[in-house]
Design a protein around this ligand. Structure first.
Ligand code: F6R
Length: 250
């Protein structure tokens, strides 16, 4: 299902409302979370909605998609730091209820296996939030990642390192590797929301819309999932066919 909004603000409000509805319907929800610029306004809106509705989130569990290898949680570009700043600290979420892959684990392979097992032990993900890379990655599953993959170590593509260079003082500091939840882990989530915002995502969203299911385009795996919502603003949707654009809801 496509939901296309006039503005990024409306798109992020929609996604935040979906998160709220999920948590209201199931207090012990396990949410799969993403980082990146697309998600910042989503979390800001979500926090506001939770507070307005006085929702009890003490039974909520979260699992983030990915983390850079070599960056500890105190590093300002680590995804743990991002989540603390944008969501966890603001909601007093901590401890065992918040999970991110450990980019500093001594035994990364073991940490990866434990991460996927942890998701399963929590009963699976009720809702997985995704952004999309300009190369079609979801999480850090880069092109040609096996669709049956579980949490694993990945070599970041040049495109991703280039795209994410904007967050680092020196773009060469972008780590070369990350740990990411696998595509199979993502596909097992009961519900998925993929968000794409802004003109830089228009090309990949058109490719995804028209293309086949193919490991060259990781997000195409979602076409095999029965409950995905693609949430776009007008700019990210600009190259989609007219009949999809007519369904603008914002
Ligand atoms: C981040 C993640 C990535 C991003 C994607 C888009 O946890 O998993 O797949 O969602 O790179 O990033 P932004 O939103 O910064 O364009």
């Amino acid at each position: 299902m496509y939901k296309i909004f006039d503005t990024p603000h409306e798109a992020s409000q929609y996604t935040a409302r979906r998160l709220l509805t999920k948590v209201q319907a199931k207090a012990d929800s396990a949410l799969g979370l993403a980082t990146g610029s697309t998600m910042e306004p989503v979390y800001a809106n979500f926090i506001q909605l939770l507070k307005q509705a006085s929702v009890d989130i003490s039974r909520l569990t979260t699992f983030n998609l990915d983390e850079y290898i070599g960056l500890g949680g105190e590093h300002a570009q680590s995804y743990r730091y991002y989540m603390n700043q944008h969501l966890f600290h603001k909601l007093n979420l901590s401890g065992e209820r918040v999970n991110l892959p450990d980019g500093t684990a001594e035994n990364a392979k073991q940490a990866c296996q434990a991460y996927s097992e942890g998701i399963q032990a929590a009963g699976g993900l009720d809702l997985q939030l995704l952004g999309i890379g300009s190369n079609g990655h979801i999480g850090f599953n880069e092109p040609y990642t096996c669709f049956s993959s579980r949490t694993h170590v990945i070599e970041l593509s040049e495109q991703t390192r280039l795209d994410n260079g904007r967050f680092f003082a020196n773009p060469n500091e972008v780590p070369t590797q990350a740990i990411t939840m696998g595509i199979q882990d993502i596909l097992e989530a009961r519900e998925v929301i993929l968000m794409a915002i802004g003109p830089k995502k228009a090309g990949i969203m058109a490719e995804l819309f028209h293309g086949e299911v193919d490991e060259a385009l990781p997000a195409s795996a979602l076409k095999r999932h029965g409950n995905v919502t693609f949430v776009l603003d007008r700019e990210a949707a600009a190259l989609l066919p007219g009949e999809v654009l007519e369904r603008v809801v914002g």
